[in-house]
Design a protein around this ligand. Structure first.
Ligand code: ADP
Ligand code: MG
Length: 607
């Protein structure tokens, strides 16, 4: 396909379909637009030179298709683009740029020089623009490709110039943009210079994992993760930072670097529960979705997208990353995990698409060479026919007040390996291909209860059992007075309590899996916190709910020194696997310990 421009001016109707807005906000946005143009022009090497954080100069040079003299001038007209011509094409955008407004917008607020050449035999052209006015277009020598130089950004709009930050800050934004571009296109070489300093020198490579190492020299270890669900493919890389710095995320959606607050949230959640060593981590998430499931046209600089099934997308990312992290920590590899899609508790209205059922490995859809890494494809998330986890959600049973029993006697294995049994009535022992797996039964159960309580807090129905004889709690007056402020939270988890005199609280019903003593302690704890907070301010109720979930699950969980039948052990492991994070308890304590065969042999002097 020849990308030598056949430029035309967009129709008014089409212009109106395109969200209006300013493209140029700061030097980084100039970098972004120019680099995207170079990529669209099929450049194999892009060099970026910044002076003064880009405030004084941004120069982007490529070896792409270039433009002939006519097109070079036309390219500076608003809504001139070679990339789309009909409204229909707007829904199937494959190129990065498509609005035809970047060059004219940038040229309007800078001293601008475009030097380009499509065919060295015919020579190149240099177009000089100042504040949007074309000063001249002259023949000039150049190899095939394009150089755009943007000097004195906002020189003629002092109000906007005032909003620029320090050169260091502007440089950081520009670097961020280049990280996104460079990770999206490891097959293209990138060089970034700031003055005479070379900040990025990344040769073309075969995969993003190598690119990440070239970009980030701290990254000696890169963890790959991935998940597939029908046509939705998540692939990611994580370079643990070790420090306590802010983690940073590069999110690519269908090859485009974008920002998304919710994905950032999901990533941070995983890093936080992964424990120390993941502080200043660098994360790259590459998400592939069918084009009609993402809307890229919501932001003038195309920096944000809208997902048509966002909940499922976030859950898929979170799940994949959690498993990648867990596997890297050598704890448990959940092999051939088959998980319901959409994840449980999430309604998925449409049939078909990536809601369709898949089983086993799924080839990455449309991924090209990007992210080709042997570790990819390890995790495959799909919806097998007949949800294998059906019936494993917590349902309190009468015969055992705490751990659900029965149900799966026939199952030979557990998801964590072959169950050997219970050690000292406290730990479950399992073996798998790699060694020994030890599960702390108390913490495991705590995690199961925690997830369940959180689900209830999130709006589910809380089962509650009336007590034959209501349980009375003696408190002081301040605590009693705090009850009306928190009883709605208690009710959400199935505890019904009321005032019974100035210093007495009467508990009428409790969640079926908790005994009176546990409930008593938990109610006291919540009242303690509410009194300390002096009532429950709007924003504290969430904190209280989390605390309540954590303390209820801790108090309600089976303790050590508690015998479990083999069936109960199995059910606990199944339930554990179905939680958000089978590897850490709500307080961050590990649940599962692995002792690899290798380590055993080493310690026993066999190696
Ligand atoms: P858009 O990228 O949205 O089409 P731009 O204003 O960024 O709009 O660019 C206008 C046109 O100029 C592009 O459609 C393309 O034809 C041409 N162009 C811009 N930059 C380059 C480049 N680096 N190499 C070749 N052609 C380019
Ligand atoms: Mg463009």
């Amino acid at each position: 396909m020849s990308l030598v421009p056949r430029i035309h001016v967009l129709s008014d109707g089409l212009i109106n379909r395109i969200a209006a807005g300013e493209v140029v906000e700061r030097p980084a946005s100039v970098v972004k637009e120019l680099v995207e143009n170079s990529l669209d022009a099929e450049a194999t090497k892009i060099e970026i030179d910044l002076v003064n954080g880009g405030r004084s100069r941004v120069r982007v040079s490529d070896d792409g298709c270039g433009m002939d003299a006519d097109d070079a001038v036309l390219a500076l007209e608003r809504h001139a683009t070679s990339k789309i011509s009909t409204a229909d094409e707007l829904d199937h955008i494959a190129t990065l740029g498509f609005r035809g407004e970047a060059l004219p917008s940038i040229a309007a607020v800078s001293r601008f020089v475009l030097l380009t050449c499509a065919d060295p035999a015919q020579g190149g052209v240099r177009v000089t623009v100042e504040g949007g006015r074309i000063l001249g277009a002259d023949g000039a020598a150049r190899a095939r490709g394009t150089t755009v130089e943007v000097g004195d950004l906002f020189f003629n709009t002092p109000a906007r110039r005032k909003f620029l930050r320090s050169p260091e800050t502007e440089l950081r934004h520009a670097q961020e943009i280049l990280w996104g571009a460079a990770l999206a296109r490891p097959d293209v070489a990138f060089v970034l210079r700031h003055g005479s300093r070379v900040l990025i020198d990344a040769p073309a490579v075969a995969d993003a994992s190598q690119r990440l190492k070239d970009l980030w020299r701290n990254a000696d270890r890169v963890i790959a993760f991935g998940a597939t669900a029908g046509e939705a493919v998540v692939r990611g890389l994580l370079a643990p930072g070790g420090g306590s710095g802010r983690p940073s995320l590069t999110l690519l959606v269908n090859g485009r670097a974008v920002r998304d607050r919710l994905v950032v949230g999901a990533v941070l959640r995983v890093l936080r529960s992964a424990g120390s060593g993941f502080g200043g981590a660098r994360v790259v998430v590459d998400l592939r979705l069918p084009p009609d499931e993402v809307d890229v046209n919501v932001h003038p600089a195309k920096a944000e997208v809208r997902f048509s099934r966002s909940g499922s997308v976030f859950a898929l990312i979170e799940r994949a990353m959690r498993e990648g992290v867990a596997a890297s920590q050598g704890r448990v590899e959940v092999r051939s995990l088959e998980e319901g899609w959409p994840p449980r508790g999430m309604a998925e209205p449409q049939a078909g698409g990536y809601g369709e059922m898949i089983r086993g490995r799924q080839a990455a859809a449309g991924g090209g060479a990007l992210f080709d890494h042997p570790a990819y494809g390890e995790v495959s998330i799909g919806t097998p026919a007949g949800d294998p986890w059906e019936g494993t959600t917590w349902r309190p049973e009468k015969d055992h007040p705490r751990v659900r029993s029965g149900a799966r006697a026939g199952a030979a294995d557990t998801p964590f390996g072959r169950l050997i049994g219970q050690y000292r009535n406290s730990f479950l022992l399992l073996e798998d291909d790699h060694g020994l797996v030890i599960v702390d039964q108390h913490v495991a159960h705590e995690r199961v209860l925690f997830d369940q309580i959180r689900r209830r807090l999130a709006g589910g129905e809380a089962p509650s059992q009336g007590l034959l004889t209501p349980c009375l709690i003696e408190v002081d007056e301040a605590h009693a007075a705090a009850l009306p402020g928190v009883d709605f939270i208690l009710r959400k988890v199935g505890i019904e309590a009321e005032l019974f005199g100035p210093e007495t609280i009467r508990v009428l019903s409790v969640p079926p899996e908790f005994d009176e003593q546990a409930v008593k302690e938990v109610v006291e704890g919540v009242l303690d916190r509410a009194t300390a907070l002096d009532g429950v301010p709007e924003n504290a109720s969430q904190v209280l709910e989390e605390e309540l979930a954590a303390s209820l699950s801790c108090r309600g969980a089976i303790k050590v020194n508690h015998r479990l039948t083999i069936d109960e052990q199995r059910v606990l492991l199944d339930d554990l696997l179905a939680t958000d994070n089978p590897y850490r308890c709500p307080h961050g304590r590990p649940i599962i310990l692995r002792l690899s065969q290798e380590e055993m042999e080493r310690r026993l002097g066999r190696r």
